[in-house]
Design a protein around this ligand. Structure first.
Ligand SMILES: [Zn+2]
Length: 205
């Protein structure tokens, strides 16, 4: 089944637990079947899925079980949000630029600043989020921190940003502040990403 249009009813499933603090898979199945009988598509480990209290193995088990029950009948959109940014990235198969801009996974990063973060981390915007190694992830988190703090300090005025930042050069005909190469545009999830193909080769696919 392929989702052609985003429509219909989608239920963000709760994740039931038993008294021992383990996932109550039996209760979960009942809940899922009830939703399916009523024609709802499913969002396991989503907004109301208790994802902050699940460890990553539990997270995966809930998603796998839901997908098995729903197969061919209703759609499943798996929540990959987490209190741990590293885990959120690991559970996300999309490209890193979309993952950064996904407000459900990491709140507060928009199109322009995600470009700057990826530039500072020297990361290719279409790199797969779940294939980044620890060294690159660390660079990414440092980039998120530095760029957002710098943006706050400069009151988001591009003229006050440091010289080695991409934003003042972000656009057609812009030159990379590091290698002086041409800044390139590419469409990702309907938004235009600007990046330097020479400097941002980490995670190239
Ligand atoms: Zn460059």
């Amino acid at each position: 089944m392929k989702l052609e249009r985003f429509e219909g009813c989608w239920t963000a499933l709760v994740t039931p637990f038993n008294r021992k603090g383990e996932i109550d898979f039996e209760g979960m199945e009942k809940n899922i079947l009830f939703q399916m009988e009523n024609g709802a598509n499913l969002i396991p480990t989503g907004t109301t899925g208790e994802s902050p209290t699940l460890d990553w193995r539990e997270h995966d088990r809930v998603i796998t079980k839901t997908a098995k029950l729903a197969k061919g009948k209703v759609f499943v959109m798996a929540g990959t949000g987490s209190n741990s940014t590293k885990e959120a990235m690991r559970g996300t198969r999309s490209n890193i630029k979309s993952a950064l801009m996904s407000q459900e996974r990491i709140a507060g990063i928009g199109n322009i600043y995600s470009d700057e973060i990826l530039f500072q981390a020297r990361l290719y915007p279409k790199a797969k989020a779940n294939q980044l190694n620890d060294r690159i992830l660390e660079r990414l988190f440092t980039g998120i921190n530095e760029v957002l703090n710098t943006a706050i300090e400069s009151q988001a005025d591009p003229g006050k940003l440091p010289r080695h930042y991409l934003i003042p050069q972000r656009g057609k005909g812009g030159k990379c502040p590091v290698c002086n190469g041409e800044i390139t545009a590419m469409k990702i999830s309907g938004r235009t990403a600007y990046f330097c193909p020479t400097c941002q080769s980490n995670g190239t696919v």
